[in-house]
Design a protein around this ligand. Structure first.
Ligand code: IMP
Length: 179
């Protein structure tokens, strides 16, 4: 899929709906990781808003790390070639890692990240993604926690961009390309 030309946006999820869902995810994660101290690895840039809210919905001693990746260039189809633009600041060897992603589309990016973190010696690696687009999957990936399933729409807002625009939109919206 190519990045569409920025145009009008149509709301998919309001700030209230997102807050409710993030609170639910936080509660589930708190329960599932009870007695443990996971390291949340927020994938930049898209997950920064979600990660900020999700971390505050988890009632456990956690650590936060950021991993910057570029999955494909503007206007081109996902190639599976993932470039690390910013690396972790601490080792995750022997840690329970929870990867915080904005959206899983073809699955190429998240599968690369999960393999990388496993290779670096994480004890466990799970994935929480705000959005999942299962109809677009090209490689099988396990997304352990999903905020919302979406169809084949291009979603912006709440951290997600189109050519670096719309990240600061408070809710989640579908981009409606100019006709
Ligand atoms: P994948 O490798 O195809 O799963 O792509 C995942 C990455 O592509 C996400 O982390 C986003 O950065 C970007 N992406 C995929 N779909 C969308 C979308 O609908 N809106 C914004 N970014 C997207």
């Amino acid at each position: 899929m190519s990045y569409p030309t920025p145009g009008a946006v149509r709301e998919l999820y309001s700030t209230d709906a997102i807050a409710r869902r993030v609170a639910e995810l936080g509660q589930r994660i708190t329960k599932d990781y009870a007695g443990r101290s996971p390291v949340l690895v927020s994938i930049l840039k898209g997950s920064f808003v979600f990660a900020a809210d999700l971390t505050r919905a988890i009632a456990l001693p956690i650590r936060v790390e950021f991993l910057g990746v570029r999955s494909y260039d503007r206007g081109t189809e996902s190639s599976g070639a993932v470039q690390i633009t910013q690396d972790l600041t601490h080792s995750i060897e022997g840690e329970d890692v929870l990867v915080v992603e904005d959206i899983v589309d073809t699955g190429l990016t998240i599968s690369y990240i999960v393999n990388l973190l496993r290779a670096r010696g994480a004890t466990s690696v799970r994935v929480v993604s705000l959005l999942d687009k299962p109809v677009r999957r090209r490689v099988p990936v396990e997304v352990d926690y999903v905020g919302f399933n979406v169809g084949d729409a291009f979603v912006v807002g709440y951290g997600l961009d189109c050519g670096e625009e719309y990240r600061n939109l408070p809710g989640l919206a579908e981009l409606v390309p100019k006709s």
